[in-house]
Design a protein around this ligand. Structure first.
Ligand code: NAD
Ligand code: ZN
Ligand code: ZN
Length: 356
């Protein structure tokens, strides 16, 4: 293993998931862009909690050997012959979903449900979770999967691709319940949650209750404008119901998805309310189709996945106008293991980013 910039100009460093629970940094060839592709010089690659889920998935993971990282941004280094609309040096964000752009869902603007890049039960193709991702010095991306960042710093903008887009998508799906009289619970103020909170502040007039098991994350949430912060414990539901005259919260965004947070969402959602389950922590619930159902009448529950290009344009626009700020902790690419250890231990405030 080599640290620092590689001397061989045809090689680069890349973080690979090589076996269950094991990542390593390797020297690999710099990829060559095809006609419709761009070689992106990576500025920053965000660490998502989903990377930890994949790391610990065991033998079931089908993509060992691939470069990790589905939150990438950088600069256009080189372009294939048919690429138009980009210039060398442009700052760009890599879409988290490599949708086809042509199928029925894509043409309907639902590209996170692309029928070609994904299937009924399989999420669409995502860089770093199949195709080589962003935790490397370079990556090749079809020009169609890039959006320009303008003057935004591509290091701190990298997490917008997922930690920004995914909450934006969940929020957009519940807009009808996000009125200025609504109370909204945001559970989990990590990478996704701290941006979800800011998106709510910037685009709605709702009252926000932030819930986390870590007091330091709640302190950050208060700084970012949460109206109320509640520690995630056995009293959380009682406190939320008390804060809403026992009526409940109009929308719950669960960016954790463990059993206590799933239970909390069901225990506090108001009639006609929305629950958006984003976190993949393995919590469960049972629905019974009878008149005593476990949730109030009219509640809509969505298993929210990623986001669409329109969501991506929105988060870029908010960030460009200083309405969305990614709290970052940066690490050199070679220190990837320390970054993942910090994320796993809950030591990251905001988003950890690897910088090649
Ligand atoms: P993160 O590690 O940055 O943040 C998690 C937050 O949850 C932390 O603030 C932590 O303190 C808090 N937390 C942990 N246990 C809690 C509990 N019992 N009650 C309340 N808060 C608790 O994680 P992230 O990168 O923001 O990802 C969040 C989740 O979303 C992960 O499960 C990830 O896999 C998932 N995810 C889903 C999608 C999707 O498309 N559905 C996309 C990206 C990430
Ligand atoms: Zn992710
Ligand atoms: Zn498609």
């Amino acid at each position: 293993m080599q640290s620092g910039t590689t001397k061989d100009r045809s090689k680069m460093r890349a973080v690979k998931l090589v076996a269950p629970h094991r990542m390593e940094i390797q020297d690999v060839p710099i990829p060559e862009p095809q006609a419709d592709e761009v070689l992106v010089k990576i500025a920053g690659a965000g660490l998502c909690h989903s990377d930890l889920h994949v790391l610990h998935m065991g033998d079931e993971w089908p993509f060992f050997g691939g470069t990790v990282g589905h939150e990438g941004a950088g600069w256009v280094e080189r372009m294939g012959a048919s690429v138009e609309g980009f210039a060398i040096g442009d700052a760009v964000l890599v879409s988290v979903i490599y949708s086809c752009g042509q199928c029925r869902p894509c043409r309907e603007g639902r590209d996170n449900a692309c029928a070609v890049a994904g299937s009924r039960m399989q999420f669409p193709t995502t860089p770093g979770l199949g195709p080589d991702g962003a935790m490397a010095e370079y990556m090749v991306v079809k020009a169609a999967n890039l959006d320009k960042l303008g003057d935004l710093d591509p290091v701190s903008a990298a997490p917008l691709a997922d930690a920004g887009v995914t909450p934006m998508h969940a929020i957009n799906s519940a807009r009808h319940r996000l009125t200025a009289t609504s109370t909204v619970v945001v559970t989990g103020l990590g990478g996704l949650g701290h941006l979800g909170l800011q998106i709510l502040k910037a685009t709605t007039g709702v009252r926000i209750i932030a819930v986390d098991s870590d007091q330091s994350k709640l302190d950050m949430a208060a700084r970012l404008g949460a109206d109320m912060t509640i520690l995630s414990d056995r009293q959380a539901a009682t406190k939320i119901l008390a804060a809403t005259d026992e009526y409940g919260a109009d929308v719950v965004f669960d960016f954790v998805g463990v059993q206590p947070t799933v239970d909390l969402a069901l225990a506090v959602v108001a009639p006609e309310g929305c629950i958006r389950f984003v976190g993949l922590g393995g919590g469960q619930f049972t629905y019974t189709a009878d008149s005593n159902g476990p949730i109030p009448w009219g509640v809509s529950i969505q298993r929210s996945y990623g986001g669409v290009r329109a969501d991506q344009l929105e988060v870029i626009s908010l960030a460009q106008r200083n309405l969305l700020h990614v709290e970052t902790v940066t690490y050199p690419l070679d220190d990837f293991q320390r970054a993942f250890d910090d994320l796993e231990a809950g030591r990251v405030a905001g988003r950890a980013i690897l910088v090649p």
